[in-house]
Design a protein around this ligand. Structure first.
Ligand code: G6P
Length: 617
């Protein structure tokens, strides 16, 4: 939700923290701030706006000196985005500074107690309450910063990742985590340490990192081994140092104007990486350890419940069609946020599949915990390796899409569908619900998808021209049937997210039960009308729209004749079997939303009010 960075060592902390914040801006970009210890005192600059605004302000306000500092990029939860509510926050005495990602739910009670003890508050944030609570604990108990943080956190209800330091003891940073991620980068010979919400801010400095687990805190001191403890029972934890796989190139734009465009174009590679080593066509097998090791559970499951949010939920809807169609297992797809609060019926014979790009979405994580507490087996489909959801689930499969930086999810979606298709096919084979010749055909088709995605991408210029015509529309409808109904939802979501045009996705046949009333000559309607599935029925739906003067942009299979005659614009995709069409039909819809957003001068990679990873409820 928010991004945290920090540095302690021998280099200038300022550029490391600022660059790190820029890489973490996908997590939030309402406001940004930095605090450094300059050798004598702390210097602090913070502002509403983006990291670029902070750069301008900090240049006027502070001298960028010092080898210790922390920074923050915010997605507001408590208190509107303004300069005062921006992080870092200082304690009343001005000695302690903090950056925080998460929510302190009992902040109001704590604040009242602190006010009774003489504290006053400058901001409306829960974070300022926390840093004053730490200060009060320190004073009352005469303890070191680490202990004070620990005692204070034991009084807190909520979620947090924090980094704190004390200007009177500028040789350490204290970090802690509950529900929001935090990684510690370990420099060579422990001469320097980095702190960040993910490893991207320090990837060029070190490949060694420790990811804190929930309820853990760490004291970071130069030259010393990182000391990790459990916040609640004070027990020492053996830190496991991980080797980072990510490289700098992966998190840079590589010549593209936006991360979103880069990520759209990366899909052929990303999908190949997803099935590499798993889809062994020549041997006629699919091998996924998470599935093989739990095959009995999958085969005996009464049903699969998929939990996810946003785009990942749409991937879950596609999976419902695939699992039921191929493996004949009943599937329910749930918004994690609804599932977790509605006392769902879950049994030990249910399998929960949690889908999440970031692996950090708070609602999905809570849904997993609920399902586990009821005895269900939980399988994760995540992109971020080592993420909370990846760790919380019993087993899982990574999508291997590589870092996704654009807030609007693209390659995460297609790689999630790829993983879910592989699982469905593997189960179908084990259950005997597909014939061996069909199975072989599916493997072959899936292997061809990256090439076909490349072909779909060649329509980019054509889609740009269509975007020019409709960029000023105020509403869009997206229609699809069967496997492509979830794609219609996803297409509409992409447009809403980045261009701020109202768009609705609908099952094509449901149109006549309401949305048809909206259709007139000003309404662009994107219809997915590929040749397999319900082609004739969709053609009838298109005719219904045309007779009410709606403007049709149709996504069709190459060589289509019928739709071409009636639609205003057609975008062709290569032919594949019906179940894999979402992997291709999605591509033009991503490009359409991208171009329209660019033409409307919207911030494509950082749309307003959104965040890449939603670690609060
Ligand atoms: C946010 C993002 C979406 C994403 C959703 C679920 O809303 O902006 O792009 O689909 O969270 O995120 P997850 O990381 O769990 O897939």
């Amino acid at each position: 939700m928010c991004g945290i960075t920090g540095y302690i060592g021998y280099r200038d902390a300022y550029p490391i923290i600022i660059n790190g914040l820029q890489r973490l801006e996908y997590r939030g970009y309402d406001s940004a701030g930095i605090v450094l210890y300059d050798g004598n005192d702390i210097v602090l600059s913070k502002t509403k706006g983006k990291v670029s605004d902070l750069l301008e302000k900090a240049a006027k306000e502070i001298s960028p000196k010092g080898n210790l500092g922390i920074g923050h990029t915010r997605w507001a939860t408590h208190g509107v985005p303004n300069d005062v509510n921006s992080h870092p926050h200082t304690s009343q005495s001005g000695n302690l500074v903090i950056v925080h990602n998460g929510i302190i739910e009992n902040y109001d009670t704590l604040k009242k107690e602190l006010i009774n003890r003489g504290y006053s508050f400058k901001s409306d944030t829960d974070t300022e309450v926390l840093i004053n609570l730490i200060e009060e604990v320190q004073k009352e108990n005469d303890v070191k910063l680490g202990k004070a943080v620990q005692i204070a956190l034991n009084q807190v209800i909520g979620a947090y990742a924090i980094a704190v330091f004390d200007k009177n003891k500028p040789d350490e940073i204290v970090v802690a985590r509950l529900g929001s991620p935090i990684a510690i980068g370990i420099g060579k010979d422990k001469k320097e340490f980095f702190v960040a919400s993910d490893a991207s801010p320090f990837i060029e400095y070190t490949k060694e990192a420790i990811y804190l687990e929930d309820e853990e805190m760490a004291i970071i001191r130069v030259g010393k081994k990182v000391k990790i403890r459990k916040i609640h029972d004070d027990s020492l934890v053996d830190a496991s140092v991980q080797k980072l796989q990510m490289n700098l190139e992966q998190i840079e734009k590589g010549g593209y104007e936006h991360f979103m465009l880069k990520e759209i174009y990366e899909q052929p590679r990303a999908i190949t990486d997803t099935y590499r080593g798993r889809l062994l066509r020549e041997d006629g097998i699919i091998k996924m350890m998470g599935v093989e090791d739990n095959m009995k559970k999958f085969l005996n499951a009464d049903r699969i419940i998929i939990v996810a949010c946003g785009t990942s939920w749409h991937a879950g809807l596609v999976a419902e069609y695939i699992f039921e169609d191929l493996a004949r297992i009943p599937v329910e797809v749930e918004y994690a946020s609804e599932f977790r609060y509605r006392n769902p019926v879950i049994t030990e014979n249910d399998i929960i599949i949690a889908i999440s790009q970031s692996g950090e979405t708070a609602d999905t994580l809570a849904a997993i915990k609920l399902a586990k507490s009821r005895g269900a087996f939980v399988f994760g489909v995540c992109n971020v390796v080592g993420s909370s959801i990846a760790r919380e689930t019993h087993a899982g499969a990574y999508t291997h899409a590589g870092p996704e930086i654009g807030v609007a999810s693209t390659k995460a979606f297609t790689t999630q569908i790829t993983v879910l298709s592989l699982i469905a096919l593997r189960l179908a084979r084990a259950k005997g619900t597909v014939s061996s010749s069909d199975y072989r055909y599916y493997l072959q088709e899936l292997e061809l998808i990256p090439e076909k995605v490349k072909m779909a991408l060649t329509s980019d210029d054509h889609i740009k021209k269509i975007s020019e015509i409709y960029k000023d529309a105020t509403n869009f409808l997206y229609l699809g049937r069967g496997y492509n109904f979830p794609v219609a939802l996803e297409g509409a979501l992409k447009l809403k997210e980045i261009s701020y045009i109202h768009a609705e996705g609908y099952p094509a046949a449901e149109m006549k039960h309401g949305p048809i009333a909206l259709i007139d000559e000003n309404m662009p309607i994107v219809v997915i009308a590929t040749s397999k599935g319900h082609y004739e029925k969709v053609v009838s739906n298109i005719q219904e729209i045309k007779s009410r003067s709606g403007q049709i942009i149709a996504v069709v299979t190459e060589g289509d004749v019928q739709v071409k005659e009636i639609a205003d614009h057609v975008i062709e995709i290569p032919e594949t079997n019906e179940g894999f069409t979402p992997l291709l039909t999605t591509i033009p819809l991503q490009l359409l939303s991208y171009h329209i957003a660019v033409m409307r001068n919207c911030n494509v990679d950082q749309p307003r009010n959104l965040a890449k990873s939603v670690t609060v409820e």
